[in-house]
Design a protein around this ligand. Structure first.
Ligand SMILES: NC(=O)c1ccc[n+]([C@@H]2O[C@H](COP(=O)([O-])OP(=O)(O)OC[C@H]3O[C@@H](n4cnc5c(N)ncnc54)[C@H](OP(=O)(O)O)[C@@H]3O)[C@@H](O)[C@H]2O)c1
Length: 246
């Protein structure tokens, strides 16, 4: 049975990634910051069945490396897929009021953490040459509309990271994809209160990516609820000839 390594699994998007993994008959290795966060995920999912928890500091450049070392040593389950969705800052602070410490803390938790997760795991997936492996990143349409400047800038950095990873893995066994989400998804109990889409409904998107091997090197745009079922995916890889068509 396959396993999905989920980084940021205790949040809104992470809950949907864990749910999708379990729905598709896979197990989950969830990297959490502490037991309190693990308990939150168990509450969101309704059970701990099929989930192995491990603690690490995902904001450090060594945190997820330590997890992969334990996998290689046979102390944690082997994995074939990675879903990374650390971050979630959603403040409205204007550009001129962004302090240096706020900038650095948000770039670290919402951008660097996801890049560090990639750096720590990609070699492990590439070594599984014959397996269909996937690496999935969640970004937000806020990076385009930018009415919340700080979350917009972290998403902008993630867009470029995702493009670079699509290019790097174009001819490998790893299907790197970016899910760009344009509406609000929250864990089910909170979504009901706030009128957001439920994390368990959003799980359909990741289930679709895992199931469809033609989705690779792509941005999956989820801009309305029907787009959670009929996935709208387009390659992120451009040639120089494409520049003229912009
Ligand atoms: N939710 C949406 O509708 C939506 C829409 C578009 C894009 N996105 C993007 O999806 C990503 C996740 O969003 P989300 O709504 O799922 O956020 P969230 O509910 O706040 O969850 C964020 C996850 O990151 C972890 N995390 C955050 N800061 C951390 C830190 N300093 N150290 C360790 N762990 C940290 C959290 O761990 P703890 O549980 O321990 O706090 C949690 O697992 C973000 O990049 C966001 O921009 C989300």
């Amino acid at each position: 049975m396959e396993t999905v390594l989920v980084i940021g699994g205790t949040g809104n998007i992470g809950t949907s990634a864990v749910k999708a993994s379990l729905n598709s008959g896979r197990k989950v290795l969830a990297v959490v910051r502490n037991q309190k966060s693990a308990d939150k995920l168990i509450q969101n999912i309704g059970s701990a069945e099929g989930i192995t928890f491990t603690e690490a500091d995902v904001c450090s450049d060594t945190g997820v490396h330590g997890v992969v070392d334990q996998v290689r040593a046979g102390k944690l389950p082997a994995f074939q897929h990675v879903y990374s969705c650390v971050g979630g800052g959603y403040e409205t602070t204007s550009l001129q009021d962004i302090t240096t410490s706020y900038l650095r803390s948000e770039m670290n938790s919402s951008f660097e953490s996801n890049l560090f997760a990639y750096q720590a795991t990609i070699s492990y997936l590439l070594e599984q040459k014959t397996n269909d492996c996937t690496w999935t990143l969640c970004t937000g349409g806020m990076g385009h509309i930018a009415i919340r400047p700080m979350p917009a800038m972290t998403q902008g950095a993630l867009f470029s990271f995702a493009t670079a990873a699509c290019v790097e893995n174009a001819k490998t066994n790893v299907r790197f994809n970016e899910v760009c989400l344009w509406f609000r998804v929250e864990v089910d109990a909170q979504a009901e209160e706030n009128g957001a889409v439920k994390a368990t409904s959003f799980a359909k998107v990741y289930e679709g990516i895992l199931a469809d091997r033609s989705i690779r090197g792509s941005r999956v745009t989820v801009n309305y609820v029907h787009a959670m079922i009929n996935l709208n995916h387009k390659s992120k890889i451009m040639s120089f000839a494409d520049i003229g068509k912009l």
